[in-house]
Design a binder for this molecule. Sequence first.
Ligand code: ZN
Length: 198
Amino acid sequence: MTLYNEGVKCYNLYAIAMNVCEPGQDRNVAALSFMFMCGGLLNMKRQIEYMKIALEEAQLAALEDEVPVGCVIVCDNQIIARAHNQRDKTNNPLGHAEMLAIKKASEVIGDWQLVNCELYVTVEPCIMCGGAIIQSRISKVVYGTPDIKGGAFGSSIDILTATNINHRPKIIKGVLEQECSQIIKDYFKEKRNINLKK
Ligand SMILES: [Zn+2]
């Protein structure tokens, strides 16, 4: 049924695309470029939807008085793991959202190699999580807001510039950046206010 619906959507899109060409332009070329553009928009929409779920996880972290970072791992368009920062709650320096999500995803797939997986996280991963992302062979990382102090994909350091590295995930940044940044700012603002009242 899903395949049928996708087929209908595809046919409709192509039908629209065939009617968008400029005068004198080849209809097939116009249709293909239109569909390419639509593909980009659909992909962007998809990234936003997954980032919204990562933000839900970040909210859960905030409710547990943890730094609000949330993560989702997607494989074949299905969410196979979601997690939020649990470092304080578990007294575990490894308890970052990405580390917990990678562990869950590996258990779900039954393999330490997550080659067809995409990782969505609200904040740019740190060096530890960046290392785990490389080790687990995750194919794509989408993050919300950069982390100037600790971001390992370009903001503080870029671990992908290491020579002879055996895996380089594709990195996409800035998806729902404002929302992902705001939740962190709100958390630390509230922390400061509580400390001032003490
Ligand atoms: Zn981390």
